[in-house]
Write a protein that binds this ligand. Structure first.
Ligand SMILES: Cc1cc2nc3c(=O)[nH]c(=O)nc-3n(C[C@H](O)[C@H](O)[C@H](O)COP(=O)(O)OP(=O)(O)OC[C@H]3O[C@@H](n4cnc5c(N)ncnc54)[C@H](O)[C@@H]3O)c2cc1C
Length: 302
């Protein structure tokens, strides 16, 4: 089947693009590789999306997905490995099938950044975690560290403080960089300790994590006994598969401006996968709408 619009990625950007394109009565396919809703499903609490005083990431994603499913939109669970283009449009290659679209919207988001330490991969699932919402409950009553000092790290620390005996935030900068409101909350929680100007240099343990080694900027070193470490040091994109049709910046983000256009006619980008200043749901959904309407204009002009 030839779709009007194939959307790659079902996070807030991709799903919002599907909502707009579905309402414009285009034939739409959304392809998602693992998690309908995207990164936001890992957030315990969203408090900054207009109209929502407080909502969990998974509830937000469920509502958005139901809104999309009320439109006549197809969805597939598949990992897209590349795209190609000919005079009819695009072929989107997945692990299981190839899909045809007159236009494509890339909404592949970003994924968590790793520390890059020698034993990190070996200890994943044995103390090394990247998602407090998913794995926090495994560390009930235990000691954990959160690596990072931005919004995600602070939200993770608050969530973990309700489950764990002790939470230590390890931040490489002199100050925490997350929102003031989160920092103020952290200051009032007795079982959260904050260490600044310090880097984790080793993750140690045989069959499971036993302690981490910390190097302070002033040269001091410390061993911190923890059962779990939650890495929250930001995101990185994974766009190499699309680089022959859309240029990437030095960090691997797809280059596109507020109009969500690429240099390839019929190819659009939306959300965290593109160059932008602020990566949040509100900017991702705005991009989804912009990209979908740009794709509709492109199709209607054909
Ligand atoms: C823990 C956490 C808390 C957050 N809290 C907030 C908050 O409170 N408020 C806020 O505004 N923002 C928050 N954010 C940020 C917000 O989640 C992101 O800005 C938003 O999800 C970006 O949406 P997106 O659709 O661009 O990308 P994503 O949400 O990353 O979705 C991209 C989707 O594409 C899929 N995909 C990627 N590659 C492929 C492929 N090759 N084939 C098929 N599918 C693919 C991925 O599996 C994913 O589902 C938080 C993020 C995290 C991780």
């Amino acid at each position: 089947m030839m779709y009007d619009i194939v959307i790659i990625g079902a996070g807030p950007a991709g799903l919002t693009a599907a909502l707009y394109a579905g309402r414009a009565e285009k034939r739409v396919l959304v392809i998602e590789k693992e998690n309908f809703g995207g990164q936001i499903t890992f957030s315990p609490k969203i408090e900054n999306y207009p109209t929502q005083m407080e909502i969990s990431g998974s509830a937000f994603a469920e509502q958005l997905l139901s809104q999309v499913q009320a439109q006549n939109v197809d969805v597939e669970l598949d990992t897209v490995t590349g795209i190609s283009r000919d005079e009819n449009g695009f072929t989107v290659q997945g692990d299981y099938a190839a899909y045809q679209g007159k236009t494509v919207i890339l909404a592949t988001g970003a994924k968590h950044r790793v520390l890059g330490l020698p034993d990190e991969e070996r200890l994943v699932g044995a103390g090394v975690c990247y998602c407090a919402v998913c794995d926090g409950a495994f560390f009930r009553g235990q000691k954990v560290a959160v690596i990072g000092g931005g919004n995600t790290a602070l939200q993770d620390a608050i969530l973990l403080s309700e489950l764990c005996e002790q939470v230590t935030i390890v931040q490489n900068l002199p100050v925490l960089t997350g929102e003031r409101i989160l920092q103020a909350r952290i200051e009032k929680i007795a079982n959260i300790k904050v260490i600044t100007e310090a880097k984790v240099t080793a993750l140690c343990g045989e069959s499971a994590l036993e302690h981490i080694e910390i190097q302070y900027d002033n040269g001091l070193q410390e061993q911190l006994a923890v059962n779990g470490v939650f890495v929250a040091i930001g995101q990185q994109p994974d766009n190499d598969a699309f680089a022959s049709y859309a240029a990437l910046d030095d960090y691997g983000y797809l280059i596109a401006d507020e109009r969500c256009l690429t240099d390839t006619p019929g190819l659009f980008v939306a959300g965290d996968c593109r160059t932008k200043a602020i990566r949040q749901i509100v900017t991702a959904t705005a991009d989804g709408a912009t990209a979908a309407l740009a794709a509709c204009r492109f199709l209607d002009g054909q």
